[in-house]
Design a protein around this ligand. Structure first.
Ligand SMILES: O=C(O)CCC(=O)C(=O)O
Ligand SMILES: [Fe+2]
Length: 320
């Protein structure tokens, strides 16, 4: 599937007409596929590369070292998550094999003082924490841009979402999909079929084989492909609900690499899940309902809605 490519540079530094044009392209992407490949986003390549390299080094450490960064509680909201804990497709299908990935998760560091559970900062490599903080700053700037663009795309004033995105929820998830020396179990994937839960997801992919796949409306899987330097942006369930399904929360997964390949097939993704403030009430947007199109969903509190989905994706029986 060729995901629509949207250059947002004219939104960042263009006039009103340019902003509207970008808004239209952005909105069309989410109304049709639920995904957009965003370029012209302003996030520096050098920082993306440095953060990626530090994460590679983090995951190269021994399992024992990484397990020191595991959160004591059974959640995936922070710290190191080894393989064998998460089974994301459980949110849809009940029992499924665990995903073939390990992850390092952070709450937006600028909110740390206000969250009950502080982040867990790995000791090695030493540059990692500073880079995660810088990366988070850039992702927050991008989130602000995408939120304003979303408002325009949804025929709302540019600042419509300001009150609920003043202190947005943001989770950074760095995911390593290791080489697969042994064949996966039947039905086992790098990351099982799922919908994201929240607002927009911001994904930085690398070019390793065994990558993101997106389901079309007939349930047929298509490779998303990789455009270097871009971000893949997709709509989560909360945002689909907010827009009365005008924007689609599309099923996606990460496939296993072909077994015939030689050399490393390890993949590392840098993912950011954006959402409004946890306390925000999410009820159908005024531009997404009307005569003949009543709201399909009742109001929910953003934080409660997302946490209920996260809890459902854990392998409660085996998680330590
Ligand atoms: O690694 C990827 O390409 C996608 C990961 C993903 O879908 C997720 O973290 O929700
Ligand atoms: Fe996802």
């Amino acid at each position: 599937m060729d995901l629509p490519i949207v250059d947002i540079a004219p939104f960042i530094d263009g006039d009103e007409a340019a902003k509207r044009r970008v808004g239209r392209a952005f909105g069309d992407a989410f109304e049709t596929t639920g995904f957009a490949v965003v370029v012209g986003h302003g996030v520096p390549e050098s920082l993306a590369a440095a953060t990626y390299d530090a994460m590679k080094r983090y995951f190269e450490q021994s399992l024992e070292t990484k397990l020191a960064d595991k959160a004591p509680e059974k959640t995936k909201g922070r710290g190191y998550l080894p393989m064998g804990v998460e089974s994301v497709a459980k949110t849809l299908n009940g029992e499924t094999p665990t995903d073939l990935c390990e992850a390092l998760v952070f709450n937006a560091p600028h909110r740390e003082c206000r969250t009950a559970k502080p982040n867990i900062w790995p000791a090695e490599p030493p540059e990692l924490s500073g880079l995660v903080k810088d990366w988070c700053g850039e992702i927050l700037t991008l989130t602000d841009r995408l939120t304003r663009l979303s408002a325009i795309a949804l025929d709302l004033p540019e600042n419509h979402f300001d009150p609920v995105f003043e202190d947005p929820a943001l989770t950074l998830r760095f995911v390593h999909y290791p080489d697969q020396p042994e064949p996966p179990a039947p039905g086992q994937l790098r990351y099982g079929a799922h919908h994201d839960y929240g607002g927009l997801t911001i994904l930085r992919q690398d070019q390793a084989p065994g990558g993101l796949e997106v389901a079309d409306k007939d349930g047929v899987w298509h490779e998303a492909g990789v455009l270097p330097g871009s971000f893949v942006i997709n709509v989560g369930d909360l945002l689909a609900r907010w827009t009365n399904d005008r924007w689609k929360s599309t099923l996606h997964r990460v496939s296993n690499p072909e077994r015939t390949l030689t050399g490393s097939t390890a993949r590392l993704s840098m993912v950011a899940f954006t959402a409004p403030n946890e306390q925000a009430e999410v009820a159908c947007l005024p531009s997404c309902c009307g005569e003949g199109n009543p709201p399909r969903y009742g109001p929910v509190k953003a934080g409660e809605y997302i946490w209920s989905k996260i809890a459902a994706s854990h392998d409660i029986s085996t998680a330590a």
